[in-house]
Design a protein around this ligand. Structure first.
Ligand SMILES: C[S@@+](CC[C@H](N)C(=O)[O-])C[C@H]1O[C@@H](n2cnc3c(N)ncnc32)[C@H](O)[C@@H]1O
Length: 202
């Protein structure tokens, strides 16, 4: 579970995180392509769940999508609200989204599930599954590895996941994986993304 400790760690380092990673200029071109293409296929509202500095939410809004951001760290929500005043950002949790059941077209969880201990990952996944409409899609960005392992993320400990293991967790919480991508760059942690569709039953 994402603890108060990890939330506090982000609160302390929100400014630093924002300076380094909080703009579209810091985004890898293939991620930009992936997120843009995914969003283009979404029918309905998009929630950027764990939006951090809010740059992805704003990007999606600029592309014409009905997008809003949610984050558990007040400093991020304040920064995003001040920086992108035309976009809605609210304080909230991946474990209790402010959304009616089956009401959301797409959820972007871009590196926001990485701090969950593996045995608790289904808590947010079940909530995202609840909020999505049938056929709605979830795009998850995460660090990839050969096994589920904790590593020393710059802000607070995080976990790397094999694509098939995270896919199994998604499958167990109401999703069908429709595509996955892995990117390995020398000298950097391998990264991955999964697009999963909300299964047509509750
Ligand atoms: C690695 S940052 C990614 C931020 C942003 N998505 C990006 O791509 O730059 C992880 C984010 O997830 C947020 N987060 C982690 N657990 C959360 C939870 N349970 N509910 C809402 N936000 C959460 C953190 O506050 C942080 O902003």
């Amino acid at each position: 579970m994402v603890t108060e400790v990890s939330t506090a760690a982000y609160s302390c380092r929100a400014r630093e995180y924002t300076e380094v990673l909080g703009s579209m200029a810091a985004v890898h071109p293939s991620d930009l392509h992936l997120v843009s293409k995914w969003a283009g296929d979404v029918d309905g509202e998009i929630v950027d769940a764990g939006c951090g500095p809010g740059h992805w939410t704003n990007f999606l809004a600029e592309q014409g999508h009905a997008a809003r951001g949610v984050d558990v760290v007040p400093e991020f929500v304040t920064y995003a609200t001040n920086t992108f005043p035309g976009v809605s950002y609210t304080l909230g949790s991946l474990e209790s989204l402010d959304a009616d059941t089956g009401s959301i077209g797409g959820i972007l969880s871009w590196y926001s599930l990485i701090h969950y201990e593996p045995e608790t990952i289904r808590i947010p996944l079940q909530e995202l599954s609840r909020a999505l409409k049938f056929g709605g899609t979830l795009l998850v960005g995460f660090f990839e590895g050969h096994a589920v392992e904790e590593f020393a993320h710059a802000v607070t400990p995080a976990y790397r996941w094999p694509v098939d293991v995270l896919s199994a967790e998604l499958n167990a919480t109401g999703f069908d994986v429709v595509e996955s991508h892995v990117r390995k760059t020398a000298g950097q942690r391998p990264v991955a993304a999964i697009v999963a569709r909300r299964r047509d039953s509750r």
